[in-house]
Design a protein around this ligand. Structure first.
Ligand SMILES: Cc1cc2nc3c(=O)[nH]c(=O)nc-3n(C[C@H](O)[C@H](O)[C@H](O)COP(=O)(O)OP(=O)(O)OC[C@H]3O[C@@H](n4cnc5c(N)ncnc54)[C@H](O)[C@@H]3O)c2cc1C
Ligand SMILES: C[S@@+](CC[C@H](N)C(=O)[O-])C[C@H]1O[C@@H](n2cnc3c(N)ncnc32)[C@H](O)[C@@H]1O
Length: 643
């Protein structure tokens, strides 16, 4: 997807105080009031609240988030309705997001001050991502797509029940209303989906009809005689890619998860958010005993000159991790901090780094370019290099995070430690998990492999291009060196003081090394890396140092594997794109989290849960393709067509 830098809103006010866009020369809402329009046109026009009553999930998609008044009114209507749906998902696309301060000013006299305040506090940095904002314990989820409507609609993966069309007037804002938009809406619409908009433009009504909507006029408000109402009733059902069709409603909402590290525990939480129950099987006597068992690890975004899928996925994940780790710290008492991270830069100058940020349009609340002095001031120790500063980065205890995910999943998740899965077998209802003696441990239609590389033999897929890399971290008494205030990363990393008066740094990276012991030689390697990082050697005896060894599993393209297990032998019309590759029913993987399990686990788990449950995906289609385990099948298919 084209990720053009976000252009800020040009919000001003008319003399009588109505919000006005200098860019589009139009008001944001009628003088009669935003909430009056929201309730009459969008909420009642879509048959709400009646249509969401008794439903597990109801999905609204809006074009033009603007000041968020339609969202606030819908959220309030949901709160006020005793028969409301269990989960409300509100997706909105906005090309020119307001700043947090502008939003606060626009809501200064809101009739919904409590909700407006919550929205302001959750307001994300203006990056071209799909931002997830959770309210009311996650039962109201706002997915905010920052960028152009025509770039975003084809990238959304969702089944939408109601559409709100709320661009500026078609004459000044034609991109929000044209045939391409209406066609893209029809691809997202569930059968019977409704649509409402204040515009009664002839051309719009014609575009909607062509896209499969039945269109009527409704009574207008705020000086408008008519509004447009529509219902999706296409003559032919639109074809959807097999891998992107929502889970069948009749499937029992229960999953068996193999592995209770960061991936498995996050999966249990994300599934619980969608109303699913799960049972986790862990071969050790406790959770997070393998890769996820280090005393601490860091998390942060990345910057690439090309804002390709790596940069976009890592940014989306880092933004999600920032929120999720903060909750783990505040509510679940996990050790860590979300107060920024420095990543040293050796290739580019501070001026070059700033130019790159300008070209990419990345905001300062996501990343900043610092020279060595600024970096030293931030880090609280002398640093000799320029650095990227990620304000939303930090460090956390991964086992604590895994525990926090499970606590968030309770009571919908059951944990069975000391239980190793040795095989799986098809059964009448789905899949059976077997122990070493071939006894059935449990049975369900949906299985999640969150057991890192140990999934490959169970799945019978030893050929998947993922590999394991040994890593050893080192620790010293905190008094042995000057520690930074926030994590510093480069070639290796150094964390701020951990609980218990320890300093931690590392880590080695060794392919093809199966030695589980903690080695003095590796401490020496870590001390050398540390000396590079902080500019001077530390006097420590490697033979007397403590550490820990584990393995990270990574795919060749350094992205995780998240999604349904491909079945390349099943008949298929095409394999060149992951979304067309057939899948083994009921089998999913969440693995190969590499060195980024803390950054990736929250977003990755939500993507997995959306795939399993049919909830709107928290990332765009091109990122789903980028982490889809079927991408390797597609690459092979494209290579064989090309040769
Ligand atoms: C040295 C080192 C430093 C790192 N530093 C960082 C860092 O700073 N930041 C960061 O984000 N990440 C870091 N990582 C990476 C991070 O730890 C991993 O990405 C993450 O822990 C992977 O989580 P996981 O749940 O996929 O795997 P694991 O934590 O390995 O969990 C898999 C679980 O599956 C269980 N299992 C396997 N097979 C079976 C079976 N058949 N039946 C039942 N249970 C089974 C295992 O016992 C294990 O508990 C580091 C990793 C290492 C090794
Ligand atoms: C009338 S306002 C929306 C008001 C909003 N729904 C509310 O409740 O406050 C129209 C919005 O559409 C946005 N917009 C205009 N062109 C766009 C485009 N091409 N893609 C996405 N959003 C766009 C504008 O920035 C503006 O915020």
């Amino acid at each position: 997807m084209n990720s053009a830098p976000i252009e800020a809103a040009a919000l001003t006010y008319t003399d009588d105080g109505v919000p006005f866009s200098a860019r589009y020369r139009d008001i944001y809402h009628p003088r009669a009031g935003a909430l009056t329009q929201a309730r009459h046109v969008f909420i009642h026009g879509n048959g709400l609240p009646g249509r969401w009553q008794g439903r597990e999930r109801f999905v609204v998609l809006e074009t033009g988030f603007g000041l968020g008044n339609n969202f606030l009114a819908t959220w309030q209507a949901w709160r006020d309705d005793p028969q409301r749906c269990a989960r409300l998902v509100f997706i909105s696309v906005e090309a020119h997001p307001l700043s947090r301060d502008e939003l606060a000013r626009a809501h200064a006299r809101s009739a919904l001050p409590e909700l407006a305040g919550e929205l302001q506090r959750a307001w994300p940095p203006p990056t071209s991502n799909l931002h997830t904002l959770d309210f009311d314990a996650g039962r109201v989820r706002l997915l905010l797509a920052f960028g152009d409507v025509q770039a975003w609609l084809p990238e959304l993966v969702a089944s939408v029940d109601a559409f709100y069309l709320d661009g500026f007037a078609p004459a000044s804002n034609p991109r929000m209303w044209d045939q391409r938009v209406c066609k893209a809406l029809s691809r997202l619409a569930t059968p019977g989906a409704t649509l409402a908009t204040w515009s009664a433009a002839q051309a719009l009504r014609q575009h909607l009809r062509t896209a499969g909507f039945e269109v009527t006029l409704g009574q207008g408000t705020g000086g408008k005689r008519d509004i447009t109402l529509a219902r999706f009733a296409p003559a032919f059902a639109p074809r959807r890619a097999p891998a992107r069709t929502a889970a069948r409603a009749e499937v029992e909402p229960r999953a068996l998860i193999i592995g209770a590290g960061l991936a498995g525990c996050a999966a249990a939480w994300a599934l619980a958010e969608q109303g699913w129950r799960s049972t986790l099987f862990e071969r050790h006597s406790q959770i997070a005993a393998e890769a996820s068992g280090n005393p601490a690890g860091l998390f942060h975004g990345i910057v690439n000159a090309q804002d390709g899928v790596h940069a976009r996925f890592n940014r989306a994940a880092a933004l999600r991790a920032r929120q999720a780790v903060q909750v783990a710290l505040d509510v679940h008492g996990v050790a860590g901090a979300v107060n920024g991270l420095l990543r040293l830069e050796s290739a580019a100058s501070p001026a070059g780094m700033r130019a790159m940020l300008r070209a990419l349009g990345l905001p300062g609340d996501y990343v900043q370019a610092l020279d060595a002095d600024e970096a030293s001031a931030r880090g609280g120790i002398a640093l000799r290099q320029a650095a990227w500063f990620y304000p939303g980065g930090g460090w956390a205890d991964p086992a604590g995070l895994a525990r926090a995910w499970l606590e968030r999943a309770a009571p919908q998740a059951e944990l069975r430690c000391g239980t190793e899965i040795h095989a799986l077998q098809r059964s009448d209802t789905g899949w059976r998990l077997l122990d070493a003696a071939g006894r059935t441990l449990d049975e369900a239609p949906t299985i999640v492999f969150a057991n890192a590389g140990a999934a490959l033999p169970l799945l019978g897929r030893p050929d998947w291009p993922i590999d394991r890399v040994r890593g050893q971290i080192s620790t010293l008494p905190a008094a042995a060196l000057a520690l930074p205030l926030i994590p510093v990363a480069g070639a290796g990393y150094l964390l701020p003081e951990l609980g218990g008066g320890r300093a931690m740094f590392g880590a080695t990276a060794q392919r093809g090394d199966d030695d589980a012991s903690v080695r003095a030689d590796d401490h020496r390697t870590n001390l050398d890396q540390l000396a590079q990082l902080i500019g001077h050697p530390i006097d420590a005896d490697p033979a007397a140092m403590l550490g820990r060894t584990a393995w990270r599993w990574s795919a060749v393209d350094r992205l995780p594997l998240i999604g349904a297990v491909p079945d390349p032998d099943a008949p298929a019309l095409r394999l060149d794109q992951p979304r067309f590759v057939p899948r083994v029913p009921g089998l999913f993987v969440f693995m190969a989290l590499g060195s980024r399990g803390i950054t990736w686990s929250a977003l990755g788990a939500q993507l997995l849960a959306s795939w399993i449950s049919g909830a709107p995906a928290p990332v765009e289609a091109s990122l789903i393709d980028a982490v889809d385990p079927a991408r390797f099948v597609s690459r092979r298919a494209r290579r064989s067509t090309a040769s």
